[in-house]
Design a binder for this molecule. Structure first.
Ligand code: NAD
Length: 269
């Protein structure tokens, strides 16, 4: 993992095309939505600095990306004091610039407010909110006007109430507020800040609750008009869209990706 320079893009032939497509930093890229986002960006031609605390899983994500020479990895805990600066330095060392940041890494649990201790509350805000803020602040000086984009991965539960999600929902609601605030501040500099708010996607983060909590499973699965839960690719596609030029006039927006779950009371029979 300390050989990030050696892991940098090596393919001379594809470098020009990849350079044109841009350079992304993606946190939480080892698995789940983050891995899918890594793969989506690589498929689009991007070069990616992929960050995660799970070094071996991160290596697998890079290896299965379809173009590992356009992926550089950095094993880090995003809450570490130097983590945002380390990620920016690694991206610059590997690819020479930064165009996009996807603040995806996050943690979840199923606890109501009275079940949440101070340490757990602080941990949720640290991982899900403070780190996203610190990464955004670190990349801002490197983003170019008319090209730089930051995408925060929030949650539908940052918008709607949800049983037993106190610290998680608070962190995601605050992330959506940060998205709006940053859009106002950095839009004038030609930098767009948006969020994606996924509905429930079966990943390691959600699988335990989906398996053990029948009421929750019924609540999030059955009323979805699309008759399925989300897939990591659904969220990855939205993150890529928000970074693309096609989303060039979208700023401060939270894009809900939930198959219509949150806007209906529709229960299929
Ligand atoms: N899965 C869902 O139902 C769902 C719904 C809405 C929002 N989200 C959000 O999507 C994002 C991705 O979640 P996922 O479902 O893919 O979960 P996941 O647990 O599969 O993946 C999260 C990744 O983040 C990494 N990570 C966590 N804390 C870290 C830290 N301190 N330092 C470095 N890496 C860290 C993990 O190692 C892991 O690879 C999260 O922000 C989550 O809140 C998920």
């Amino acid at each position: 993992m300390h050989e990030r320079g050696k892991r940098a893009a090596a393919g001379e032939g594809s470098a020009a095309a990849a350079q044109a497509a841009g350079v992304a930093i993606i946190t939480g890229a080892a698995q789940g939505i983050g891995r899918s986002t890594l793969h989506r960006f690589v498929r689009a031609g991007a070069q990616v600095l992929a960050c995660d605390m799970k070094a071996e899983v991160l290596d697998e994500a890079r290896a299965s990306s379809g173009c590992p020479e356009r992926v550089s990895t950095l094993a880090q805990d995003i809450t570490a004091a130097s983590a945002p600066a380390d990620a920016v330095a690694a991206a610059l060392e590997a690819f020479g610039r930064v165009d996009w940041l996807v603040n995806n890494a996050g943690i979840g649990n199923a606890k109501a407010a009275d079940e949440t201790g101070d340490a757990e509350w602080d941990r949720f805000l640290d991982v899900n909110l403070r780190s996203a803020f610190r990464y955004a602040r670190a990349v801002l000086p490197h983003l170019q006007a008319g090209r730089g984009v930051i995408v925060h991965v929030a949650s539908i539960f940052g918008i709607l109430g949800n049983p037993r999600s106190a610290a998680y929902a608070a962190s995601k609601a605050a992330l959506i507020g940060l998205t709006r605030q940053m859009a106002a501040d950095y839009g004038p500099r030609g930098i767009r800040i948006n969020a994606v708010a996924p509905g429930v996607v079966p990943t390691q983060l959600s699988e335990e609750r989906l398996r053990n909590d029948a009421y929750y499973r019924k609540l999030v699965a059955e009323p979805t008009p699309f008759h399925r839960l989300g897939k990591p690719e659904d969220i990855a596609n939205a993150a890529w869209f928000l970074c693309s030029d096609e989303a060039g006039f979208i700023n401060g927006h939270t894009l809900v990706v939930d198959g219509g779950w949150s806007v209906t009371n529709y229960v299929p029979r």
